[in-house]
Design a protein around this ligand. Structure first.
Ligand code: ASP
Length: 317
């Protein structure tokens, strides 16, 4: 599956989180607002890929756009921790050399995905956390903001609701809002990126699957690129993104079949959420166990779609 030829085409898929979204419970205007935000982020990636840019640049641009949009739980609009702060996690990986960068618990970096990429390209390590990650960010000129940049009234309301109702951290009504992107470029190289504020009310330095290479994010030109969203503890235990890639590489499954099987396995353990994938042959797709997932995809054949509600779409080719 690693061979590419002159007919190689690009494609990209993005997500803005999986959750309890249904037409009965979400009004059309809210769904349309989310779809418009997804379309704008998709366009940022498409513009690069259509101009011959790399999958790595495309996923960086798409995720940065989603981080800047307050509709999603990443960057601006991230959920609050139990103590009322925003602590951000992100990861990025490219499938050619399997280089990766990740950060967790950052509080001042405007676009955590750009910091993850800087870690990948400019640092000796793969995964940085907290104050050290931010020191690295400042040393490398990654844009810093006042933490107020990330805060939105709706996320504050969700924290208050969680505390008042003593809701569990995985209460489906609060939805997951992590963002991610996967892409394959004209050279047949894949890349994946994921960014999140984690779970509302998280504490004790909790880290979910999103920034953990192999769990929430993975890319391998021999298989596919994957970005996840959902109940992070389950995604960590299943090592979800790598598990999907391993099934493709070693088991010969299609990425869609592998994604469906691993999401079913995760659901059987009590977890829920979804994944997006892009394979080197240009195939993109989604698999999710929740009623809905904010998602969009486009490719060089003219496919361009956004969606919020289930059922799961079929693959693009
Ligand atoms: N998977 C993320 C986490 O556990 C949450 C999400 O997808 O919204 O941090």
């Amino acid at each position: 599956m690693t061979d590419t030829d002159s007919t190689q085409k690009w494609s990209i898929a993005i997500h803005g989180g999986a959750g309890s979204m249904k037409p009965e419970t979400m009004d059309a205007a809210t769904a349309a607002n989310h779809e418009a935000a997804l379309a704008a982020a998709l366009d940022a990636g498409v513009a690069l890929l259509a101009a011959g840019g790399s999958a790595l640049d495309a996923v960086t641009a798409a995720v940065a756009a989603l981080e800047d949009d307050p509709h999603f739980n990443a960057g601006r609009g991230a959920v609050f921790t139990y103590h009322g702060t925003n602590e951000l996690d992100a990861a990025i990986m490219e499938g050619t050399h399997r280089k990766a960068g990740a950060v967790s618990g950052v509080t001042h970096t405007k676009n955590p995905v750009k910091l993850a990429r800087t870690v990948m390209e400019a640092g000796p390590h793969v995964f940085l956390s907290g104050l050290g990650a931010e020191e690295f960010a400042r040393d490398h000129g990654v844009e810093q903001v006042d933490p107020d940049w990330f805060a939105t009234p709706e996320r504050w309301r969700q924290l208050e609701e969680l505390k008042a109702r003593k809701l569990g951290w995985f209460d489906a009504d609060l939805k997951y809002g992590t963002v991610g992107a996967v892409a394959v470029d004209g050279e047949g190289h894949v890349a994946a990126a994921t960014s999140t504020g984690g779970l509302t009310g998280k504490r004790w330095g909790r880290i979910g699957d999103s920034p953990v290479i192999g769990a929430g994010t993975y890319a391998d030109d021999r298989a596919c690129a994957i970005s996840c969203t959902g109940s992070g503890e389950h995604f960590l235990r299943v090592v979800t993104a790598h598990e999907i890639a391993a099934r493709v590489r070693l088991g010969g499954e299609t990425a869609q079949a592998a994604a469906d099987a691993v999401i079913a396995e995760l659901a059987a353990m009590g977890g829920d959420g979804g994944v997006i994938f892009a394979a080197p042959d240009g195939t993109t797709g989604f698999a999710f166990s929740t009623p809905g997932m904010y998602r969009a995809r486009a490719d060089s054949t003219g496919l361009c779609e956004t969606a919020v509600f289930g059922p799961v779409d079929s693959t693009s080719r």
